[in-house]
Ligand binder design. Structure first.
Ligand SMILES: Cc1ncc(COP(=O)(O)O)c(C=O)c1O
Length: 478
């Protein structure tokens, strides 16, 4: 009897199927009948670790009534090297509170609160009506790749042909594929902190080593070129830049990018992944510079962008990678063996999005104006609070505030505020505002506030946070 694992709808239950079939003598085909046996994990008899031919693995034994089953539940070292998201705990806690009827203000999400603009949504609906519901080429339709090439030329000053573009299910997939395509085990991926939570974990998934370079709030969280220079070795394979940044909202000025480019140019092995997904959510006088547009950088830069943020299209799952054909084709190879082409419907909607005018036209400008008003309100408000440090974001929709002067405070009925995680738990507990600890982004002194929500909600959230912080101030800080 051969055992085979089947997926099961309940996470708390392990489901096992038993193949009891015989090979059909007449047809030569295998006639199989399946009997699925489920057992709740809590009924497992033993869990022990044994030496397997691969490495140490965990084996669970269960008696299901009819059979005794042994299942090796060990996971790949690759998965084990990836840290679980630290944001999950606070998000789960916020959800539990909301489900219990407590009015939690959620400022943790990384997605615009706006609906997808109507012309884009209608293009998606029309795509279904007109029968654009089949597989598209792996790299994306020629129509959308041509539209992306036009956008990159006109708005970013970088020239690509459609075979240098790969459309994926979100920018995140583009980043994963790029890192998998260019990094070998032991290569170093250079990541300025604070960073978007996924970069180091994606590097680990590629068996590469994340090398984190700290930045300072006093320097608007921008990478110091001298620090970069001092950390580069022959193992350095990829530098990840994110501008405007999640979680800080910092925007790299062109001059600083040029200095970074000069350093990068000295290292033939070093490539750059430029994550420009927040490019259009930018506040004047800040301006966006695409790293690939700088002299000598096109050949070594992989530009990532997408539709989630600027066009409020998070659920449409569409992003893209642009770069030299050699690298883009390698990423396409990975995609062809995993997800294949992105949604045909989303690609039609993306063509409409790119047709809305320079930098997204009036619709995007409207959303950016709203984000800017919210940023102005929050920056002004938090600057008035004692003991917090704020660096005014120039883009994206996050504020990364240094609350570290509150660490070490004792909160009545809660305990010690030790770090960003306990402060976030305290604020959730005390003021019912859900925020993300800076620890998740590689900077424990700060907390991230997403202002992708209405001004009224932000005003209420600020009042609640302010009230919760008052009893925390330690005498030493007063
Ligand atoms: C910096 C950054 N890059 C990439 C992504 C991925 O975007 P998506 O996969 O939705 O296109 C996000 C989403 O939060 C992000 O903040």
């Amino acid at each position: 009897m051969a055992n085979s694992l089947h997926s099961c709808s309940s996470p708390a239950v392990a489901c096992l199927g038993f193949r009891t079939g015989l090979l059909g003598a007449d047809s030569g085909s295998e006639k199989l009948s399946f009997r699925s046996v489920s057992f709740p994990l809590k009924f497992l008899e033993t869990t022990r670790r044994v030496e397997s031919h691969r490495n140490m693995s965990a084996v669970v034994k269960a008696v299901t009534g009819l059979d005794q089953v042994e299942v090796d539940i060990s996971l790949s070292p690759r998965v084990n090297s990836v840290k679980p998201s630290k944001t999950v705990a606070i998000t789960d806690q916020a959800t539990a509170l909301a489900q219990a009827g407590i009015p939690v203000i959620r400022l943790a999400a990384g997605e615009p609160d706006f609906d997808t603009p109507a012309p884009i949504a209608e293009a998606g609906i029309n795509a279904i009506r007109e029968g654009h519901t089949r597989y598209t080429p792996n790299a994306g339709t020629l129509e959308v790749r041509e539209a992306i090439c036009r956008k990159l030329k006109e708005e970013n000053g970088i020239s690509y042909t459609p075979d240098q573009i790969l459309v994926s299910n979100g920018a995140k997939q583009g980043i994963l594929q790029a890192v998998l395509a260019v990094c070998s085990p032991g290569d170093e991926v250079i990541i300025p902190a604070p960073f978007w939570v996924s970069y180091p974990e994606i590097a680990r998934l590629a068996d590469a080593t994340p090398v984190i370079l700290s930045t300072k709030i006093e320097e608007n969280f921008l990478l110091d070129p001298k620090v970069l220079e001092s950390k580069l070795t022959e193992k350095s394979r990829l530098l990840i830049l994110c501008s405007p940044s999640n979680p800080t909202g910092s925007v790299y000025p062109k001059k600083l990018l040029e200095e970074i480019a000069q350093i990068v140019a000295k290292h033939p092995r070093l490539l750059v992944l430029s994550d420009e997904i927040y490019e259009r959510i930018i506040y004047a006088p800040a301006t966006h510079t695409s790293f690939a547009s700088l002299p000598g950088m096109w050949e070594r830069t992989l530009t990532v962008n997408g539709f989630s943020k600027a066009f409020a299209m998070t659920g449409w799952r569409l992003g893209y990678l642009a770069g030299p054909k050699h690298f883009v084709a390698a990423c396409g190879k990975i995609q062809s063996q995993s997800t294949s082409g992105a949604s045909s419907i989303s690609q039609k909607a993306a063509v409409a999005a790119l047709g809305m005018g320079y930098a997204g036209g009036e619709v995007v400008a409207f959303m950016v104006k709203a984000f800017q008003e919210r940023r102005d309100f929050l920056v002004q408000s938090f600057l008035e609070l004692e003991g917090v440090k704020v660096s005014e974001p120039q883009g994206a929709f996050y504020l990364f505030i240094d609350f570290s002067s509150y660490y070490g405070s004792e909160a009545e009925g809660f305990g010690m505020i030790e770090n960003s995680e306990s402060l976030c738990r305290y604020l959730l507990d005390k003021s019912q505002v859900a925020l993300v600890p800076g620890d998740a982004f590689g900077d424990d002194s700060c907390i991230r506030i997403s202002y992708a929500t209405s001004l009224t909600t932000l005003q209420a959230a600020f009042e609640r946070i302010k009230k919760a912080l008052i009893p925390l101030k330690r005498p030493a800080h007063v």
